[in-house]
Structures are given as C-alpha cells and as structure tokens.
Write a protein that binds this ligand. Structure first.
Ligand SMILES: [Zn+2]
Length: 131
C-alpha cells in the first residue's frame, strides 16, 4: 500500500469520533478521506439523524472538498466502526458520477484497508442510469 493511502487513513482516523450530539443526532461513527486531483486530503464524518437529514462520511468529505474550491476526486477511503470492509453507498457513488461524468470510472476506492483491497468506481459502477 502506498504512502498516500496511509495518509488518507490517518486523516480519516483523526476525525473518527463516534458521539451523540442530541437526542436526535449522532455523528462520527464512519469517517472518510477524499484525495483531490490537486493532492489535498479532505475529511468528513457521517451524521445520522432521526429523519433523513443526515449524510454519509464520504459525501461529507466530498462536500468539504467542493467547499474548498475543488471538484475532482482521485481517491476515496472510509473507515467503518469495526474497521472492516467499507465502500461508498449508492448515493455517494451517484454524487461522484455526477461530479465527474466523463472520468468517474478512474476514481480509486479503498474497500478494505486491512487487506489493501481497492477497486475503481468504474468497477463498482460500470453503468450509469443517465449516460
Ligand atoms: Zn454514502
């Protein structure tokens, strides 16, 4: 595994912090790191609510990247509570496809940090419902 995956793992680990925020909101049970094309790492945690207002760690990290003026993703890594296999859900995949419709298939996804198993978003999402 190369140095960048390790840096992404450490960045995600640094924000992994399961906590209850209120009777209705928990956060930090999953953490994600996104590597932008510029080489910067952006992080995010999941936020779960009693309704549908929450967000996955991956999309939170991607929104953090967009907030900071970038829109091209190179790699995505997430850490699940048990640190087992973790990949982006359908909504997160859809966001990445819509952000990068012509190049999303090249995004590298870490599926299992323990074994180093990776896949491209093109392998996980070979066909898109629009294009
Ligand atoms: Zn998701």
């Amino acid at each position: 595994m190369d140095k960048i995956w390790k840096e992404m793992y450490e960045a995600a680990k640094a924000v992994l912090s399961p906590r209850r925020i209120s009777d209705y909101v928990t956060a930090g049970e999953v953490a994600a790191a996104v590597l932008s094309k510029s080489g910067k790492i952006y992080t995010g945690v999941c936020i779960d609510t009693c309704s549908t207002l929450g967000i996955c760690a991956e999309r939170n990290a991607i929104f953090n990247m967009v907030t900071n003026g970038e829109q091209e993703i190179d790699r995505v890594l997430c850490i699940a509570p048990n640190e087992k296999k973790c990949g982006p859900c359908g909504a997160c995949r859809e966001l990445m496809v819509q952000l990068m419709p012509d190049t999303y298939k090249d995004i590298e996804i870490m599926l299992n940090y323990v074994t180093g198993e990776t896949a491209t978003l093109g392998e996980l999402t070979p066909y898109w419902w629009i294009g």
